[in-house]
Design a protein around this ligand. Structure first.
Ligand SMILES: [Zn+2]
Length: 62
């Protein structure tokens, strides 16, 4: 008998254009502070280029 299964992929990093310096930066997923377990609630990370806080809004899953 066959049974259905789920492939779970762990997010690796996010890409975001920093609103402060305009750089397109890549942030490791474990360095992003999400408001909750639901990513759509937004979160915060620090721009590696200008070291300012970036507030995250909606996301796209790639
Ligand atoms: Zn920046």
């Amino acid at each position: 008998m066959r049974t259905d299964y789920t492939i779970v992929s762990k997010p690796d990093y996010i890409n975001v254009e920093c609103p402060h310096c305009g750089e397109n930066v890549r942030i490791p997923f474990d360095q992003v502070d999400f408001e909750s377990d639901y990513w759509g609630d937004g979160g915060w990370c620090i721009c590696p280029e200008c070291k300012k806080d970036i507030e995250l809004g909606d996301y796209e899953y790639d």
